[in-house]
Design a binder for this molecule. Structure first.
Ligand code: FE2
Length: 193
């Protein structure tokens, strides 16, 4: 566990006040029963290492808070922390059934002393849900979300993902800010990490 990331995570948690009880309950479920603290952020792209998902979520939350403070300061810190920390939550998979599994090298790769082609692979035993749908599915079992928060989490990949066409031109401010913070974190802050 990266100590600096964990400290930032704890500070971000403290910004959630109105729904503190629900948020704490959700996070303690995630921390104790799912891969939340150990999952990578991707199989082979950004932060494909243990703890990568948490590090990415913290980066997105910090970026989102900075951008909203500059251009939309009336949006609450609480709503920003909630959507940022929860946007990729679906990547944990389910309790005891994580989305990412450590990728073992093939027999041929082992024979020639090569590592596996990607550090992680998708767990095919998990029922397919897109990441945002699983994020919302898990979150709503413990915390109430506003319509704007659901929109932001659901469409955070923006127009990179074809399924998101229906939201085009109808994005609320929080959605646009989360899309930006996610791209900035993934493509700039986490480049090569
Ligand atoms: Fe993300």
């Amino acid at each position: 566990m990266n100590k600096a990331v964990f400290e930032k995570y704890n500070f971000l948690k403290s910004l959630v006040k109105e729904r503190k009880e629900q948020f704490d309950r959700l996070l303690s479920f995630l921390e104790t029963e799912t891969a939340w603290l150990s999952a990578p952020a991707s199989t082979k792209y950004h932060l494909s290492k243990a703890g990568g998902l948490l590090e990415h979520s913290v980066n997105v939350a910090e970026t989102l808070l900075r951008v909203k403070n500059a251009i939309a300061p009336d949006i609450t810190d609480e709503t920003c922390v909630i959507v940022a920390l929860l946007h990729d939550l679906g990547k944990v998979g389910m309790p005891g059934n994580p989305q990412y599994l450590i990728n073992e090298p093939t027999e041929r790769q082992k024979q020639y002393g090569y590592p596996a082609s990607a550090p992680y692979r998708f767990n095919t035993k998990l029922t397919y849900l897109s990441v945002p749908i699983r994020s919302i599915y898990l979150a709503l079992q413990h915390i109430t979300l506003t319509e704007e928060e659901v929109q932001a989490i659901a469409y955070h990949d923006g127009q990179y993902v074809e399924d998101n066409r229906s939201c085009a031109t109808r994005e609320a401010r929080l959605t646009l800010l989360l899309q930006y913070a996610d791209s900035w974190s993934g493509f700039i802050l986490e480049e090569g990490k």
